[in-house]
Design a protein around this ligand. Structure first.
Ligand code: GLN
Ligand code: ZN
Length: 758
């Protein structure tokens, strides 16, 4: 039999109802009851769609008020101590306090839990804090209540539960020598209890999410899975378990999987290098779930091809049942394509959002059970998939012509370039600059939205922004920065701004995807050849440059970051799409240079997060990512200075790639680590120049001169003065002018002092 399942559905609501309800609730605008009703409406609507589509396994407990990992922390009672001290905090308010931090009128504050990226997605989860003294206590209300609510619709759902090993591997401890996995036994007791409770309610199956099974595991990780398998090896007293893996390639852990006592195994077929060999480890009687529909991307599935794959697997392995599934939870795609009224016709036909993916699952199931005979639905699907393929073929011809082999190397060595640059830039020792953006005030944002609504003309808009630029340039001159910026006021977002100006992208009206909590993003969709019909930033940069004799830095977003924060084509490698973006950026760099801009920054804050989940895939990724940066940046003369910027603090394992990028100057986030991360550069003998951030822009605190001066000294201990730049950690767009002005003044006062002491 062919069955169908879903692993999780978008939970923000078709019109982002949850977002708005949450934000009202946080401002005391609605009651807890009203919030709960919104949640129940969303859950119910989702279940009805999935039921109507005839899914055999419909998930429950995939809804969350904020985050599924926080839900698990809460379910296990692993409340960090600092929240327990506030006796009045309980229930959902405690939960939100953990997510967002808490403060009272007396000025007492409790910081939120840390947030970080969920594997290689753009979703963020709250990092559980597990210490030696963490006390657990099962609080199974959420999965139970949600199961019961679905039952009122005559639906017996499959609760989604994050597994104990994944939960602990996602956790951190305040004592770095304590490994949260030490708590596995204790935590598994709670899971045993939970399973028992669910069994008593006659839950047939649970979906136990263990994505770490498809990551690199060390000995401790493998051991932990062995313990999990031993602990639950008897089916007695628990529902059946669909052991669910996703995002990575299960191949490396196929032997481990072979020891699983669970009744089902889900594997992500969109990330599986050798599915036959993984499937060979499935044991007799185990139910396999094939993640064939991409849960992370927005394209229609090629159903004919997929049906064939299912057939081949069915015939080759003689599985009794096969469950067709999305590769992972559909949390990562927008909910319903039918909400889009403004997409170009042909692109619309190529897309499938969550709701359309359910339809695909349902048609695959039907066809599978008709002896693998396609249903009529397959015809249209075939037509759409075909038309996309035809167009891609024609486009491919254009690209080979346009992207002639270019040299990806700068003309001269860094040392020579440095001399040429100095002859035009006359920079002092410890040169100063900023990362690009200045405060995006509500006035600036209002201007943009007025322009969009045609409430003001482009001329008016431009005039207003130019006034903002003038103010910013004069401020920078006055305080004595060496390399100025225009302030990026025209940018709604560092990726979208460029995407809107390039060909090959489309934008949705309602394609919201949860980033964290109530925050959603609408990633651009790259559907065709990326190119740049005309200059994107030159006018703003040259206007700013016309106001001052100091060099103004041209500001661009790099190709890897644009790629990472968009939905990308699935019909060609990511590297190819990235290369096309790189050529567009290269043209922009050359135009900026031709227009007299002497310093150009290409931001790559997403380069590190693009690293594949498994180390074996790192070198190949880093090769093309670096090459794309080089394509973007190498088409200029020696005297044009190329900067790049990255916001994170972990450079040890990628420093060699960073050096290959060969940017003249790299600025990085460093203030919070007290310059510790510079050691990676020192150890490597990093040859080019570095600007470690000396001002933590994430905090509203204004750093004083002494504090910054200390950081400069820390930096000078590891990096020679000739190589060192002074700048903030990141762009200033989220700050107020009242914070930025004194902070930057202090930064320059500290530099002045440090220069004297050299
Ligand atoms: N140039 C961008 C800015 O200043 C960089 C932002 C980022 O690194 N995320 O805002
Ligand atoms: Zn940054």
């Amino acid at each position: 039999m062919i069955l169908s399942s879903n692993l999780g559905y978008p939970r923000i609501g078709i019109n982002r109802d949850l977002k708005f309800a949450l934000e009202k609730y946080w401002k005391n605008g609605i009651s807890l009851d009203e919030l709960q009703q919104t949640a129940d409406r969303i859950k119910t609507a989702n279940w009805i769609v999935q039921k109507d589509m005839g899914l055999d396994f419909v998930p429950s407990n995939d809804f969350s008020f904020y985050d599924q990992v926080l839900d698990t922390t809460f379910m296990l009672g692993a409340i960090p101590e600092r929240f327990k001290q506030e006796k009045d905090l309980e229930g959902l308010d405690l939960y939100f306090a953990m997510a967002r931090g808490w403060h009272n009128d007396q000025g007492k504050t409790i910081p939120a839990m840390e947030m970080t990226k969920w594997f290689n997605t753009n979703y963020h989860y709250l990092v559980p804090e597990i210490n030696a003294n963490t006390k657990f206590k099962l609080n199974p209300a959420k999965p139970i209540d949600s199961y019961k609510l679905a039952q009122t619709l005559n639906l017996n759902t499959r609760p989604v539960i994050i597994g104990p090993v994944t939960f602990l591997l996602l956790s951190k401890s305040e004592d770095p020598s304590f490994n949260p996995l030490n708590k596995l036994d204790e935590v598994m007791d709670l899971y045993a209890n939970l399973f028992k409770r669910l069994r008593e309610m006659e839950v047939k199956w649970i979906q136990l999410d263990e994505p770490f099974l498809s990551m690199d595991l060390d000995g401790l990780g493998e051991d932990a899975y062995q313990q999990l398998f031993n602990r639950f090896n008897s089916h007695h007293g628990r529902p059946k378990v669909m052991l669910t893996t996703y995002f990575g390639d299960l191949f490396a852990n196929r032997d481990l999987i072979a020891a699983s006592p669970f009744e089902g195994l889900h594997l992500d077929m969109t990330n599986c290098s050798q599915p036959e060999r993984v499937l060979a480890s499935v044991q007799e009687g185990q139910m396999v779930s094939l993640g064939l529909i991409d849960g992370r991307n927005v394209w229609k599935n090629d159903l004919t091809k997929t049906l064939n794959t299912i057939k081949e697997i069915y015939e080759r392995f003689h599985f009794e049942n096969i469950v067709v599934s999305p590769s992972c939870s559909m949390l990562h795609v927008p909910q319903d394509l039918r909400m889009e009224k403004n997409l170009p016709g042909e692109v619309y036909l190529w897309l499938a959002f969550a709701r359309q993916k359910l339809e695909e699952l349902s048609e695959l199931k039907k066809a599978g059970n008709r002896n693998f005979t396609p249903t009529s639905f397959f015809q249209n699907n075939q037509g759409d998939v075909q038309s996309r393929r035809e167009i891609a073929k024609i486009e491919a011809l254009q690209i080979t012509a346009a992207h002639k082999a270019v040299s990806t190397k700068r003309q001269s060595s860094f040392a020579q370039r440095k001399a040429s640059q100095q002859a035009v830039l006359y920079l002092p020792v410890l040169p100063t600059t900023t990362i690009g953006s200045f405060p995006q005030t509500s006035e600036v944002r209002k201007l943009r939205s007025q322009l969009q609504k045609n409430a003001i003309s482009y001329e008016q808009y431009k005039g207003e922004l130019e006034r903002e630029i003038e103010k910013t340039i004069h401020f920078q001159e006055k305080i004595g920065l060496d390399i100025l910026v225009h302030g990026e006021f025209e940018r709604n977002d560092m990726v979208q701004y460029f995407a809107e100006k390039m060909d090959g992208f489309v934008f949705t009206d309602n394609g919201w995807v949860q980033s964290f909590g109530s925050r959603c993003v609408r990633p651009p969709i790259i559907y065709g050849v990326v190119s740049r019909p005309e200059a994107m930033t030159v006018r703003w940069a040259t206007f700013a440059q016309s106001l001052t004799d100091k060099p103004v830095k041209g500001m661009l977003t790099g190709p890897v970051t644009i790629l990472q924060w968009s939905f990308v084509r699935d019909d060609q490698p990511r590297s190819e799409t990235c290369r096309q973006i790189a050529f567009a950026i290269r043209a922009e760099v050359q135009d900026l240079e031709a227009a007299g801009i002497k310093v150009i920054q290409i931001d790559e804050p997403a380069l590190r997060e693009g690293l594949p989940l498994q180390k074996k895939d790192w070198p190949a990724y880093l090769d093309w990512a670096v090459e794309c940066f080089q394509i973007s940046s190498s088409g200029v003369k020696d005297e044009t200075q190329i900067h790049t910027h990255m916001c994170y603090a972990e450079f040890n394992d990628i420093i060699e790639a960073i050096a290959r990028m060969d940017a003249d100057v790299i600025s990085i986030e460093a203030s919070r680590s007290k310059m510790e991360l510079l050691q990676a550069f020192q150890k490597f003998n990093y040859p080019n120049e570095i600007g470690p951030g000396v001002y933590d822009i994430h905090s509203p605190n204004i750093p004083d001169v002494a504090e910054i001066h200390d950081l400069i000294h820390n930096a000078l201990e590891v990096i020679p003065a000739e190589q060192l730049w002074i700048n903030p950690d990141c762009g200033l767009k989220t700050r107020q002018w009242a914070e930025v002005e004194p902070a930057l003044k202090n930064m320059l006062a500290a530099v002045k002092q440090a220069r004297k002491e050299l």
